[in-house]
Design a protein around this ligand. Structure first.
Ligand SMILES: [Fe+2]
Length: 294
């Protein structure tokens, strides 16, 4: 394991925003010493049937940042989401900050550039983003040193971002009673996901873990925060005693039964462009539907 610069003495303020339409949790993370903050995994609203995009969720985050008098430094994408659209560019236009994602976005762009038959004008070098993180990369939010950890498996570009004693796990893990995310998207791999989860579980047991999604399994209320210790003991897919072989078998069988996420087609087209909606040859915002392409 790379020697990641963990610092459990810093406790950032974490404000969560739950999006009921996509079961996504977005976060504003504030450095305890300054007014600087980061946004993790924002949501842009879409009525896909109507082809209508709106910004209520993003506006709520913007209002919070403005009301608290914060300064936005980073817009972090834990990965290319397949179930919701990122609002990072919309928020960036209002508040500034740099949009960052894992460097393996290039692989994701290559795969889905083909699926959506994008022309040569669609760059597959990650240049739509301000920062491409490599494993172990460090960055600052105010005085708080943060780092990114490459955690592929769900997708090739997945990263877990740690800010003080708070880690934003994306879709590497769900709450202990939710287990783990699917690993069957192009470039996904259940065995690699298991290994990535082990990297997360090697963080200090008191590390706070913040989920990207929660679906309230068995009718419980929505939750998004747990700890490494809790996941190690209680996670139903990877907790105490679960082997890699068991995980891969279970995950593969489960994934074969899962339907495609409702918003995968618009999400990928937008999110692989750092949250920008593609345009047609006349410059109008336009989405494609590849028939039998996924
Ligand atoms: Fe995801």
């Amino acid at each position: 394991m790379t020697n990641y610069p963990v610092n459990m003495d810093i406790t950032p303020d974490v404000k969560a925003f739950f999006d009921e339409a996509t079961w996504t949790i977005s976060y504003v993370v504030k450095d305890p010493e300054t007014k600087k903050c980061a946004v993790v995994d924002s949501v842009m609203d879409i009525d896909y049937a109507a082809g209508r995009i709106t910004y209520d969720s993003a506006d709520e985050i913007i209002k919070y940042i403005e009301d608290e008098g914060l300064e936005l430094e980073w817009l972090i994408e834990t990965h290319v989401h397949a179930d919701h659209l990122s609002a990072a560019p919309y928020i960036q236009k209002k508040l500034g900050g740099k949009i960052g994602i894992g460097e393996h976005i290039k692989t994701v762009q290559d795969v889905f550039g083909k699926v959506f038959n994008e022309g040569t004008e669609f760059q597959r070098d990650g240049s739509q983003f301000d920062k491409l993180f490599q494993d172990g990369d460090e960055y600052m939010v105010g005085n708080m040193k943060c780092f990114a950890m490459h955690t592929p498996g769900h997708t090739p570009a997945c990263m877990v971002h740690t800010m003080g004693n708070a880690s934003f796990v994306g879709d590497t893990l769900f709450m202990p009673d939710g287990g783990s995310a699917r690993a069957d998207f192009p470039g996904g791999d259940a065995g690699i996901l298991f290994d990535s989860i082990q990297k997360v579980l090697e963080l200090p047991v008191d590390m706070r873990l913040f989920m990207c999604h929660d679906y309230g399994p068995n009718g419980r209320d929505i939750q998004w925060e747990t700890t490494v210790g809790d996941e190690k003991t209680h996670n139903i897919h990877v907790g105490e005693g679960k082997t890699k072989e068991e995980f891969v078998k279970f995950r593969t069988e489960r994934d074969a039964q899962l339907a495609m996420p409702r918003l995968i087609i618009p999400s990928l087209q937008v999110n692989m462009r750092a949250g920008e909606v593609p345009t047609d040859k006349d410059g109008n915002p336009m989405l494609k539907v590849p028939v039998n392409g996924l």
